[in-house]
Design a binder for this molecule. Structure first.
Ligand code: UTP
Length: 295
């Protein structure tokens, strides 16, 4: 079984749900507590053993490139001033030189199109795709969990989580044939089904392990939902020759592509930090109490 070494981070979307903030700041650079969204996805990939990082970017995403660059003047200054903890905080932004690549998507033609642009960099090996909007709080990174399981299943793998019937129509879901532990063998993937037509409540979220055969399918794909090239359409087209598994990862996912999800993630992650949790808990308790009294 091939070791998964490469990850693709599609970050070329417009981020319209975060306007006006995203007018001049890429969505992936919005800070969740004290680090940008993209950092969480990159850390998860690193923990899973990823060695090469491919970002699909677009106009206006330069701050993201700069973020992973070295900042020698700043580092020297911090060193001279003995600011060790600030220097340590910068360490996590350093990716090994020569191991990161940026590919431009000239127009937002869909997630499938964005992933297809990585073809020449990925080559003929299985690879991971992480959507930084989906932030997962887990004892062990979700991507690492998937890679461990993929050693047994092979094929394409998508991360899934169970959602309520009320939410199902907002997601792509798995049409399952059989379940083995946390894995669900899929008959096909169904985009945004009506609640009464959904084949399951196992919603697909932004982590994928893909076989290189996906590139052939992406190359042949016509526009799907919303006139965009959809990754799920390409996965479905590949099912006759490549098995597809949904993996119910262990952990809690936050939809940081939406304002509601981002705010919830901010509170959840801040409550995990020793330096913040005490005061924040008191603050939240007081706020909730005064709202209850006013109601
Ligand atoms: P979204 O559907 O969340 O779109 O993309 P978006 O543009 O980021 O945000 P909204 O809906 O306008 O607020 C899901 C992921 O796919 C990437 C996005 O950057 C995000 O990580 N994507 C989407 C691309 O890289 N290119 C595309 O053409 C579309």
């Amino acid at each position: 079984m091939t070791h998964i070494r490469k990850a693709v981070f599609p970050v070329a979307g417009l981020g319209t749900r975060f306007l006006p903030a995203t007018k001049s700041v890429p969505k992936e650079m919005l800070p969740l507590v004290d680090r940008p969204l993209i950092q969480y996805a990159v850390d998860e990939a690193r923990e899973a053993g990823i060695e090469e990082f491919i970002f699909i970017t677009s106009a206006g995403k330069n701050p993201l490139e700069d973020y992973f660059d070295s900042a020698s003047a700043l580092e020297r200054r911090l060193q001279d001033n003995g600011k060790t903890s600030a220097l340590e905080a910068l360490e996590s932004t350093q990716l090994p030189e020569g191991r990161l690549a940026f590919v431009r998507q000239s127009a937002p033609r869909g997630l499938g199109h964005a992933v297809g642009l990585a073809r020449h960099l990925v080559g003929d090996e299985p690879f991971a795709v992480l959507l930084p909007d989906d932030v997962i709080k887990a004892p062990r990174g979700a991507l690492g969990q998937m890679i461990a399981e993929h050693k047994h299943t092979g094929g394409h793998m998508v991360a899934t989580m169970e959602v309520s019937p009320r939410q199902v129509s907002a997601y792509g879901v798995i049409d399952p044939i059989a379940a083995y532990g946390r894995s669900l063998r899929a008959r096909r993937l169904v985009e945004k089904p009506a609640a009464d037509k959904a084949p399951s409540n196992d919603a697909i979220i932004g982590r994928y392990l893909l076989e290189p055969s996906i590139f052939e399918q992406l190359g042949n794909l016509g526009p799907g939902a919303g006139g965009e090239l959809q990754l799920t359409d390409a996965i479905n087209a590949d099912i006759p020759t490549t098995p597809v598994t949904g993996f119910r990862f262990e952990g809690e996912r936050f939809d940081c592509g939406s304002v509601q999800g981002f705010v919830q993630a901010t509170v959840a992650f801040a409550l995990e930090r020793n330096a913040l949790s005490g005061d924040l808990s008191d603050f939240l308790a007081e706020r909730l109490q005064s709202r209850a009294l006013a109601a």
